[in-house]
Design a binder for this molecule. Structure first.
Ligand code: GTP
Ligand code: MG
Length: 300
């Protein structure tokens, strides 16, 4: 290939809620990954594929791996999530470690204790800090300068340094033909993307522990030219949670359904009929066999 082609896996790692999934959606120019203002939203790793041409004209296929946040929670589902992030670190060519601009350097130190992988350090959400705070924070990472390849402050919201990040990532990618079809944004199947869209609506519309103790299964999915029909089930752990998900006069479930359907319509570029039903499955997130049944398999 003229000028060579670069391709590789780049794991995006960081604390819950630092803005990983938001950044990847922005780079993809499509909202595929689940984003929430609540932490611990992403549960499984997902490949999000960004084509890029660098300033010298060299083309690359950057396969970003969105990952669950690194955390210290001991619940079984959280342990699965941590394992997913660790697997992404082990399998990638390069890591990007994202720290929030207001985070302590301690989280980065923890990452350093986990791996020797070459990595770029990015400081996210700089739109929420003053110039002085940003400079101070950059200073505080200087003692680790021999560990990171480069350090970039970014803001997804204000599109600051995003192209620079891609430029930097592509510099460190290995020469390789593309791993995936150059047209696709993810190798994940539509069913999983739909599941995440509905889960996002659950995260947006419910509070307390319910988003964390609920999950979604797509039961049936019928595609036709002008309409996709999606039949999905929301699972919770307790009867009381089921009542909350449904809400008074079924108002909450209607809101969840409307928001999810609107997102599904954007994703599939056609009308969507969405049917949601709520079920109780006791302890689904607390036993390995049940978790596996929801697609969170420790053996994978
Ligand atoms: N102000 C500001 N907020 C941002 C920016 N990027 C993301 N956010 C917000 O940060 C919150 C968390 O974003 P996510 O992308 O879900 O974070 P995450 O790191 O994927 O979180 P987990 O999946 O839980 O690990 C959301 O409310 C985003 O809107 C940014 O550049 N600036
Ligand atoms: Mg996420």
């Amino acid at each position: 290939m003229e000028g060579g082609f670069k391709s590789g896996f780049v794991a995006l790692i960081g604390r819950p809620n630092c803005g990983k999934s938001t950044l990847l959606n922005k780079l993809l120019q499509q909202d595929i990954a689940l984003v929430s203002h609540k932490a611990n939203a992403t549960r499984k790793k997902m490949n999000l594929i960004v084509p890029f041409r660098d300033k010298n004209g060299v083309q690359s296929q950057i396969i970003f791996v969105d990952t669950p946040g690194l955390h210290h929670q001991e619940k079984l589902l959280n342990q699965f999530m941590l394992k997913e992030a660790m697997k992404a670190i082990a399998d990638c060519d390069l890591c990007v470690f994202m720290a929030g601009i207001h985070d302590k350097t301690q989280y980065y130190e923890e990452f350093l204790s986990l791996t020797q992988k070459p990595h770029i350090l990015i400081l996210s959400k700089i739109d929420t800090a003053s110039q002085e705070e940003i400079l101070k924070k950059i200073q505080s990472y200087q003692p680790y300068a021999n560990r990171f390849l480069s350090l970039l402050p970014i803001s997804t919201q204000k599109s600051i340094n995003l192209k620079e990040l891609l430029e930097e990532v592509s510099t460190h990618l290995p020469l390789s033909p593309p791993y995936f079809d150059t047209e696709i944004l993810t190798d994940e199947n539509l069913k999983y993307i739909y599941k995440e869209a509905i889960r996002e609506s659950v995260f947006n519309n419910l509070s307390d522990e319910i988003p964390y103790e609920s999950d979604v299964k797509i039961e049936k999915f019928i595609e036709s030219d002008h309409l996709n029909k999606v039949f999905a089930k929301i699972f919770v752990e307790k009867e009381s949670q089921k009542s909350m998900v449904i809400g008074k006069n079924a108002q909450t479930i209607k809101r969840i359904g409307k928001q999810a359907r609107e997102k599904l319509e954007i994703l599939s570029e056609k009308k969507v009929f969405l049917q949601l039903n709520v079920f109780v499955q006791k302890s689904w997130s607390k036993e390995r066999a049940k978790l596996k049944n929801f697609g969170y398999d420790f053996e994978d």
